[in-house]
Design a protein around this ligand. Structure first.
Ligand SMILES: [Zn+2]
Ligand SMILES: [Zn+2]
Length: 219
């Protein structure tokens, strides 16, 4: 199963132009079996919509991308935005209570940018793998997103190195805010995933394989 696990829509992200109808159409064109909707700091449910997508052969998983003091974190399995989860340690406690999975999203975006301003998670230019792996976020998440469509190639490659160093599971997602990039990055699972619980278990079990259509031969 090929799932794009990081997608924003107009329904919950003001910076997205992707309508739900376009999402279904383009996801099927891109060969996706499912899409994880991860709006910024909000989580919506619409059973009617999920049923429509399912009729078109597309599974919808509802997650959230939380802006935290340790960068952006994707969560699958929490009920919605709760007070205090802007602190990654609190988000971890909530996730443990719900059996949710947490994924560090694009952790090294802008880590290799030139210039005097360092706006990345580590506040370091050109960190070593060991320096990067020591960041507290990696003790709080279950997995690392290593193929993100809004992040430079070398930043994604570095995330993969850090994940391997730490032995953490990995995921991929396009971070699409419009239809054209949907599915360019994704996560492939060699097992059928029928529910959110299946997805969480498969990610935590390290059974996801990130693919980047622009870089790697996708599985
Ligand atoms: Zn983000
Ligand atoms: Zn995002």
């Amino acid at each position: 199963m090929r799932l794009d696990l990081h997608v924003h829509t107009v329904r919950g992200s003001s910076d997205s132009a992707l309508t739900l109808e376009e999402l279904v159409l383009q996801a099927r064109r891109a060969g996706l079996d499912g899409v994880g909707i991860t709006e910024h700091n909000t989580l919506w449910h619409d059973p009617t919509w999920d049923a429509y997508a399912a009729q078109q052969g597309l599974l919808i998983f509802h997650g959230i991308e939380v802006s935290t003091d340790c960068g952006h974190i994707l969560a699958y399995g929490i009920e919605g935005y709760l007070a205090g989860i802007h602190k990654a340690a609190v988000l971890r406690e909530v996730a443990d209570r719900c059996g949710a999975v947490l994924i560090a999203a694009h952790p090294f975006r802008r880590a290799f940018e030139k210039g005097p301003h360092v706006h990345n998670l580590l506040k370091l230019h050109h960190p070593t793998v060991a320096e990067a792996a020591a960041h507290p976020v990696f003790r709080l998440v279950d997995a690392i997103e290593v193929a993100n469509g809004g992040t430079a190639e070398e930043e994604n490659a570095f995330a993969l190195e850090v994940a391997r160093y730490l032995g953490l599971p990995v995921t991929g997602g396009s971070d699409s805010h419009s239809a054209n990039s949907l599915g360019h990055q994704a996560t492939v699972f060699d097992e059928p995933l029928r529910s959110l619980r299946d997805l969480i278990a498969a990610i935590k079990g390290g059974r996801g394989r990130p693919v980047d259509r622009l870089l790697l031969a996708g599985g």
